[in-house]
Design a protein around this ligand. Structure first.
Ligand SMILES: [Zn+2]
Length: 347
């Protein structure tokens, strides 16, 4: 776990003094280590090594590979109605978990609506009614508890109200305000902070072997979310940066056909419009005060961009970013972002 000294200190001390709360809420921005911390705590509960969590004993290993019978990992999933779809879903989930065991930072995304339903909570409750199988303790990690339906949340509340000395709950949540206040009040809250850009860069270089330029680019794009930066490692970001440069240049030179072509490419994949937009603003900023070793794309843009244009572009990009987060069509957002002549009232 990177950074998060305060959270670490509280948890370590409670663990060492044997005063762990029955239920924790780990909250804060996404991708800053909440889930990682939840797994470390779950490991510590059953670790048989010298210094818990050792990460090496069979209990620790089973926990992070989702093979520990006393680890209950609950996260929002689609709820198909047909039996054959349920079977397909079970396979899909098994595959996702296998990938996540390799790359713990992956978020479990589905391309359809998800929830934690009353059925999911009933399954959990029936498992919790048994004694721990292999460990001393049962650990329940619930990802995005705010995705519980009202029924599910009320049923889960009953479980929280009947504490068991052998069970610890860890709720991992980006949006605590969306949780039932009755659930919130039953959890000890541990806040996780946004990471410094420097912490993200350092981790990417030292733990994941990225070169400094790549690490800096990922850190800026992910805005302090190490989880997101790691997920982006597998993408072809250089290709996307080229797209961003092309788009910016086509917009400035009013070559609209090329601009639309570049926009088609940039909207072709999930998450890409956001990244391309971030890269466009990074490139635009680099172009206004180009460093001597700047890339050719930045230098050629520097010759095109005037100060007032940059101001308009930056304002438009800010607007496009907000619009994108509010589900305005990515094509429209990118169009606005690369056309200095579009005034913001048009978006
Ligand atoms: Zn261990």
């Amino acid at each position: 776990m990177v950074g998060q000294e305060v959270a670490k200190k509280i948890l370590r001390r409670s663990f060492e003094e044997n005063r762990l709360a029955q239920s924790y809420l780990f909250y804060g921005p996404s991708g800053v280590g909440k889930e990682m911390a939840a797994f470390e705590l779950a490991q510590a509960l059953n670790c048989t090594g010298v210094e818990a969590p050792c990460g090496a004993c069979s209990q620790c290993q089973k926990t992070v590979s989702f093979n520990h019978p006393d680890l209950h990992y609950v996260f929002p999933v689609p709820h198909p109605s047909g039996e054959s779809d349920k079977k397909k879903l079970a396979e899909e989930i098994a595959e996702l978990l296998a990938r996540k065991a390799e790359k713990p930072y992956l978020s479990l995304d589905f391309d359809r609506p998800v929830a934690i339903t009353i059925d999911d909570i009933r399954v959990l409750q029936s498992k919790l009614s048994l004694q721990p199988y292999q460990g001393k303790k049962k650990a329940v990690i619930i990802i995005r508890p705010e995705a519980m339906t009202t029924e599910a949340a009320n049923a889960f509340l009953k479980t929280l109200e009947e504490p068991s000395p052998t069970t610890n709950f860890i709720l991992v949540c980006d949006k605590p305000n969306a949780l039932l206040s009755t659930i919130l009040s039953r959890c000890q809250k541990i806040r996780f902070m946004r990471l410094d850009r420097a912490e993200v860069v350092q981790n990417l270089e030292e733990r994941h072997g990225l070169d400094p330029a790549q690490a800096r680019m990922l850190a800026s794009l992910s805005q302090g979310s190490l989880g997101q930066a790691l997920e982006m490692m597998d993408l072809d970001l250089l290709e996307e940066r080229r797209m961003a440069g092309d788009l910016l240049r086509a917009g400035l030179e009013k070559r609209y056909a090329e601009m639309m072509e570049a926009i088609d490419l940039a909207t072709g994949e999930k998450g890409r419009p956001q990244r391309v937009l971030e890269m466009m603003s990074a490139i635009a900023l680099e172009a206004i005060h180009p460093e001597p070793q700047a890339s050719p794309e930045v230098l050629s843009l520097a010759r095109l961009l005037t100060g007032p244009q940059l101001n308009r572009i930056t304002a438009n990009m800010e607007l496009a970013r907000t619009a994108l987060s509010r589900n305005v069509t990515p094509r429209l957002c990118l169009m606005a972002a690369c056309s200095p002549d579009i005034i913001k009232e048009e978006l």
